[in-house]
Design a binder for this molecule. Structure first.
Ligand code: PLP
Length: 281
């Protein structure tokens, strides 16, 4: 309708939900029928035929993105096979799909887990395409930037409640929500205390939520006020998912370039957090 109103022909791609289990955390699974994303194969076929018959639409692409932090190559392969079959059916209907977008989702190594080998990933997609004449598009996010960022936080104090050791830090779930939201693991290191004796602890923030933690049951050395913890692999879904929850101002971002550091986003002040609020007098 918009293309028709503007008097243009819109080249379109449809995100298809292939109903493949990516075997990742349910909150970052997007390619099953129970997930809200994309359209099922039959609906996609109807949409492509509608687009072909429309004077304002030119269906040129097909797309899937079945989830994030996927560590097994098979779900990618299965999804590519399902969509490649659909492309063949569409070509038989004279709908010439030129762009085949395999989304993102390649998992990174947060701990010691095995993840997807890029060569195997590429080969399995080529095999699924079986010589189809299409341009491949991929959208890796986490894989490119996940390991490029660290989240730094300072120790406020330690608390031992007779059962457990807690390290309370100034960073919190609003700064890095992955552990609270999907029990994600981030390795944590302490600069300068690599050889010290370690014991098990939870690293928790100062927000009034038991879900406010950065790590559970990990081993760290004895820590003192102002020790800096380095939370690793925080370059993806770290700052971008941060919030002002609990009226906390968001952290500064610093880029490292040629061994020089550069402030690329200043720390928020309390005034920034309340800047959009209006007094109701
Ligand atoms: C459509 C689409 N493509 C690519 C990505 C990037 O995913 P990842 O960071 O897991 O590679 C996302 C993430 O939400 C997405 O929704």
């Amino acid at each position: 309708m918009i293309a028709e109103k503007l008097g243009v022909v819109a080249r379109i791609s449809i995100r298809v939900n292939p109903n493949i289990d990516p075997k990742t955390h349910p909150y970052i699974s997007t390619g099953l029928h129970e997930n809200k994303f994309g359209v099922d194969i039959e609906s996609a076929k109807r949409m492509y035929i509608h687009a072909k018959n429309s004077a304002s639409l030119d269906p040129v692409g097909i797309h899937f993105h079945i989830g994030s932090q996927i560590t097994d190559v098979n779900p990618f392969k299965e999804a590519a096979e399902v969509l490649a079959n659909l492309v063949r059916n569409l070509k038989a209907l004279k709908i010439d799909i030129k762009f085949f977008d395999v989304g993102g989702g390649i998992g990174i190594q947060y701990k010691e887990e095995e993840t997807v080998a890029l060569y195997e990933y590429a080969q399995s997609i080529f095999a699924a395409l079986g010589g189809l004449d299409v341009t491949l598009v991929c959208e890796p996010g986490r894989y490119l930037v996940g390991d490029c960022g660290y989240f730094l936080t300072k120790v406020l104090y330690e608390k031992h409640n007779g059962y457990k050791r807690f390290v309370i830090v100034d960073g919190a779930m609003n700064d890095l929500i992955r552990p609270s939201l999907y029990q994600a693991y981030h390795a944590i290191e302490v600069e300068g205390k690599e050889d010290a004796e370690k014991s098990v602890c939870d690293v928790v923030g100062p927000v009034c939520e038991s879900g406010d933690f950065l790590a559970k049951n990990i081993e760290l050395p004895a820590l003192a006020h102002d020790d800096v913890l380095i939370v690793k692999s925080a370059g993806a879904y770290g700052f971008t998912m941060s919030s002002n929850y609990n009226t906390r101002s968001r952290v500064a971002e610093v880029a490292l370039e040629n061994e020089e550091d550069r402030l690329i986003r200043r720390r928020e002040m309390f005034e920034d957090v309340i800047a959009l609020e209006k007094a109701c007098l």
